[in-house]
Design a protein around this ligand. Structure first.
Ligand code: ATP
Ligand code: MG
Length: 342
């Protein structure tokens, strides 16, 4: 597998994408429909930079026990990327902590946004609620500013993300405009690209499938695990017997059917029978498990191909980070020059 590309083919005229993930655990179906799908689809049309945002994990999980496993988890993320079809010969995959220039840019940006604005970003409250954080660190407040630096460092035009991250792209746009106005025109104003499913619900019926909540079906789950998770999924809580008419709207089992089961006739039939009280949850779930496993099979095949090849995963990160760093240095020179600091 070719893992390098000629970087500065990355400035060869194609528009740019920057997006990525925090290496906090394996990727799940929510990541797939929220952002991975768009990355794979667009990797030929755009020059893509995919960030393994390890510095962002410090905002919620500081501590040596966590940081010392980040490199390992970064490899896991690359494996997830390869398994869905992201191609390192086309796209740059890099580790945030290996591009220290981003922290410099982030520092400059902290002065272009007010504390009140950062406090209004909705993910702050959500993360505090989900992770039971009473007093956020300055780093957590700064999360979207650091993300703005990630995005603008590569002068990205498009940021494929799940709906929950749209507010961060909004902050990025504001910072880019403020910088351009305060100093001089350096940054394009990036746009968020929200996935086909803006936010995938969790298996427990909560609004978002999320590692931190633990309501996920992972891209790396084997068939037995997927089936087990599906069979214990949350459905219509008011329906006690198979003969009770059930609700389809907002029911996670049917939401997943709609997203992952290509057999539309089967879904229509299940919905009709469910609403009429003519089908049990077991049948609906068994059919979903089959559909999901079929969807995940090619992902599993690609994963198996690369999973033992730690050297390849390391090489992808190292060469991508080298390319990303060169690009970051180039942008930083432009930024300092725009500020008259060169
Ligand atoms: P988790 O909540 O599972 O820990 P996360 O949101 O912390 O995941 P990030 O690394 O912050 O994971 O997000 C990676 C990308 O995946 C972001 O673009 C985010 O919007 C998207 N994403 C995460 N969960 C979902 C979901 N349930 N539905 C749609 N998109 C999602
Ligand atoms: Mg998140």
């Amino acid at each position: 597998m070719t893992v390098t590309k000629n970087l500065l083919s990355a400035s060869g005229g194609k528009p740019r994408i920057l997006t990525g993930d925090r290496p906090t655990g394996p990727l799940h179906l929510g990541h797939f429909v929220g952002t991975l799908q768009n990355r794979v689809k667009l990797q030929d049309k755009y020059d893509c930079f995919f960030i393994i945002a390890d510095l962002h994990t410090l905002t919620t999980a500081p501590g040596k026990d966590k940081t010392s496993t980040l490199n390992d988890r970064a490899r896991g993320l690359v494996l997830d990327y390869l398994s869905v079809g992201i191609d390192p010969a086309k796209s740059v995959i890099y580790q945030q902590s290996q591009v220290p220039e981003v922290t410099y840019l982030s520092l400059i940006f902290t002065n272009l946004i007010t504390v009140a604005r950062a406090q209004r970003v909705p993910t702050l409250k959500e993360v505090m609620h989900d992770l039971h954080i009473q007093k956020p660190s300055l780093g957590l407040l700064n999360y979207p500013v650091l993300q703005s630096a990630d995005i603008l460092m590569f002068k990205a035009d498009l940021v494929p993300v799940g709906k929950d991250q749209q507010s961060h792209v909004e902050v990025t746009r504001e910072i880019a405009k403020t910088f351009n106005k305060t100093y001089s025109q350096v940054f394009p104003i990036p746009k968020a690209l929200i996935g086909d499913v803006p936010t995938l619900v969790g298996t427990d019926g909560q609004a978002k499938m999320s590692k931190s909540i633990g309501n996920c079906i992972y891209l790396s789950d084997d068939a037995t695990t997927v089936t087990k998770k599906v069979m214990s999924m949350y459905t219509d809580p008011k329906r006690l017997r198979a003969t009770d008419p059930g609700t389809v709207e907002g029911n996670p089992v049917f939401i997943y059917h709609d997203v992952f089961n290509p057999n539309k006739a089967e879904i229509a039939d299940l919905k009709t029978r469910y609403q009429a009280g003519q089908v049990g949850d077991v049948e609906v779930k068994q059919k979903l498990a089959l559909a999901l496993n079929k969807f995940l099979d090619p992902i599993r095949v690609r994963r198996a191909k690369y999973e033992k090849n730690t050297a390849l995963l390391d090489k992808i990160i190292a060469s991508g980070s080298k390319i990303a760093r060169l690009q970051a240095q180039k942008t930083l020179v432009q930024v300092l020059s725009a500020m008259g600091l060169n």
